[in-house]
Write a protein that binds this ligand. Structure first.
Ligand SMILES: [Ca+2]
Ligand SMILES: [Ca+2]
Length: 233
């Protein structure tokens, strides 16, 4: 094999390798494109389990527990595992307290938040979902909800596409305010809290769309063709 043939083979192999890596990367991005942050609580903590986000609560720490979860609203093949379980607390001190999810929407629009929930008869039965555009001021979204007594198979879904201020907003946040608990040990469970959206058009941080992937690949093959033509001159 001549030096030129070897060079050509090396270049062809590199090109194939780069293309394969690029395709794998784009495929992996495409499957996660819509899910921005997911809490499945299977590891019995408040740390986000897929994607990026921060969950905080002012509920008394001793009343932030974990108990059997559900596959209702589970993503990415997550098992039921554990769920977050919040108690009313001594003197139902946790009435009026909340869970707050800070999740950057940079690169995303048409935001949808969903989760599975269930409550016992003396648990919080008057809960309000809210959103925030600045992480400071929260606005009620939809009426207060009463958790079902069992997780069932249908999650609560809050479609926030009409709140355009959330789109591409790095300071976006969501909150559930818990009220109505009538005993210290009454509970609400929350599982598979999912924040998702569509990749925004023309946002640098947005996930490349298929057309962008095609352009990248055609650019790469163009480069390959150019190298080839140069060699044949
Ligand atoms: Ca779970
Ligand atoms: Ca976790």
């Amino acid at each position: 094999m001549s030096i030129n043939q070897k060079r050509r083979l090396t270049w062809r192999l590199s090109f194939n390798l780069i293309s394969a890596i690029l395709l794998l990367f784009l495929a992996s991005q495409a499957t996660q494109a819509n899910e921005i942050a997911i809490w499945n609580f299977n590891d019995s903590n408040l740390t986000v389990d897929h994607g990026t986000g921060v969950l905080t609560t002012d509920i008394i720490a001793a009343n932030v527990l974990f108990a059997a979860g559900t596959t209702n609203n589970a993503r990415a093949g997550d098992p039921a595992g554990q769920a977050l379980s919040l108690q009313g607390g001594s003197s139902t001190a946790n009435n009026g307290r909340n869970l707050t999810f800070n999740v950057s929407m940079l690169g995303f629009s048409n935001i949808v938040v969903s989760f599975a929930t269930q409550g016992t008869s003396t648990g919080f039965n008057n809960n309000q979902f809210q959103y925030s555009l600045d992480g400071v001021t929260f606005v009620n979204f939809g009426p207060a909800y009463v958790p079902a007594t069992a997780f069932g198979s249908v999650p609560l879904v809050f479609t926030l596409s009409s709140i355009v201020g959330l789109n591409d907003n790095p300071n976006a946040a969501f909150r559930i305010i818990f009220n109505g608990a009538s005993s210290a040990t009454g509970t609400n469970r929350i599982d598979n809290f999912v924040v998702e959206g569509s990749p925004s058009e023309g946002t640098p941080s947005g996930v490349p769309e298929p057309t962008t992937a095609a352009l990248l690949l055609s650019g790469l093959s163009g480069l390959y063709g150019l190298r080839k033509r140069r060699r044949h001159k």
